[in-house]
Design a protein around this ligand. Sequence first.
Ligand SMILES: Nc1ncnc2c1ncn2[C@@H]1O[C@H](COP(=O)(O)OP(=O)(O)OP(=O)(O)O)[C@@H](O)[C@H]1O
Ligand SMILES: Cc1ncc(CO)c(N)n1
Length: 515
Amino acid sequence: MSAIPRVLSIAGTDPTGGAGLQADLKSIGALGGYGMGVVTALVAQNTCGVRSVHVPPAAFLAEQLDAVSDDVTIDAVKLGMLHSVPLIEVVAGWLARVRSSAPAAPVVVLDPVMVATSGDRLLDEKAEVAVRRLCAQVDLVTPNLPELAVLVDEAPARTWPDAIGQARRLARASGTTVLLKGGHLTGEGACPDAIVTTDSVHEVLGRRVLTTNTHGTGCSLSSAMATLAARGLDWPAALDRAKEWLTGALEHGAALDVGHGHGPVDHFHELRPRMTATGSWTAARWHANAAVREAVDACAFVVTLGDGTLDRDQFHWYLAQDAYYLGEYSRLLARASTLAPTREEQVFWARGAATALEEEAALHRSHVGDASVEASPTTLAYVGHLHAASGEYAELVAALLPCYWLYADVGERLRALDHDRHAFHDWLGTYGDPAFVQAASEATTIVERAAHHAPSAVCARMVKAFDRSMAHELAFFEAPLAGRRAPEVQPSTSVSDRRTSAASSSSPIPWAASH
Ligand SMILES: Nc1ncnc2c1ncn2[C@@H]1O[C@H](COP(=O)(O)OP(=O)(O)OP(=O)(O)O)[C@@H](O)[C@H]1O
Ligand SMILES: Cc1ncc(CO)c(N)n1
């Protein structure tokens, strides 16, 4: 199996992208797979309902399937809308061939799609028996409550314990595992799902999201399960993860503002914080500062820190300057907290200020001892710039952002160079810390919001503030090796002693280390 599982969805389409094949491809991608798609039926539908369905000949479905399996190793298959008996027969025959001929049989998940969220039928009534038969050929079936009732030929369950009983009967009859979905249960609070086999139940209660953006949740969940199983998770673990992801996707669906009926969920909500490079103020600044960023990556300090040849004295000088910088940066973060327009932003900056101070103290203890740090001209210039930008919130946060963003960015690359015997192993390992990356992305979101609301004159000051901070960041990285260093720190202990203690108590991105 490849590290990125190759997952094939065999399903109908939704041109509005919330359900069917389109939702499957997004879900597979969001959970780390490579998505492929074979179309069973073309459905003219939107968030309000299904208008018409066009079904290409069954022979053409067979051609599509063979085109994929003749060429690509398939790690998982998700079956969605199968429409009618001839199509089900083609899929069943193809599945049997692939499962017997492939070196490792793909995991197969069947979403027994019968009725859309809008209430429109997507499966021929005569095909219900064929779907029931297909259940025995797959590894997981994911019925909602009405579909489960059809599959066991009983009235729809009204309570969760009844539904679990039905799911158990389906598991017994088909010899497969059932993912029972509780989306159709009414009631506030929980929205339970469960993995049910003949002799076990793994329940995930989940929180119910108050939203009308529920179009395609079943498609998305089944594709997520197929992808996670292909990544090696067992069904209970896959459901735990998929449910967490889907609940978040439901929570973020409304913000997409797609359609007037049951809108889609946001499949990529977990990635949005990292997607700021799409047509935004912050992305534009990031792009405009490409040359500065390249210079940071290429500067001798960063390069030699990465390859381990950096002079230790120069590294310690840099850390001492950083301690000074952080003490002042903390004051500016606190100032941003004072000026913040919302409680959420106030808390974010206040936390940053506290952490920066704690880490400044840790750096001082371990590197500088009792001696005070004399700030270099470069450090003073950067801090002076931040103070000068502190008159208004939008300008200040724009000035504060590069310190977060650039460190997260450079840190990611430095972390990749780390190995057990690296001279700066203790430091590199702490770069790219997910908590720090998260803080940097929150800071970016805040600045984006501030830019969005700022009048153009303020925006112009934000641009200057951000760009100047980027230039100061570069100078800060260049300073240790630029011959500008003076004996500003009088070490009270030997270099090696200090290194050991610093490595265990501080992070190179110190002010975010204990977020
Ligand atoms: N309002 C909600 N809040 C939280 N989770 C939900 C909500 N609605 C549905 N879900 C979850 O979405 C998944 C799909 O459930 P549901 O029972 O709605 O399936 P479905 O009817 O096949 O979906 P579809 O809308 O695609 O037809 C399940 O994990 C369910 O728990
Ligand atoms: C194509 C297709 N498959 C499944 C569903 C169920 O939501 C839908 N609406 N459309």
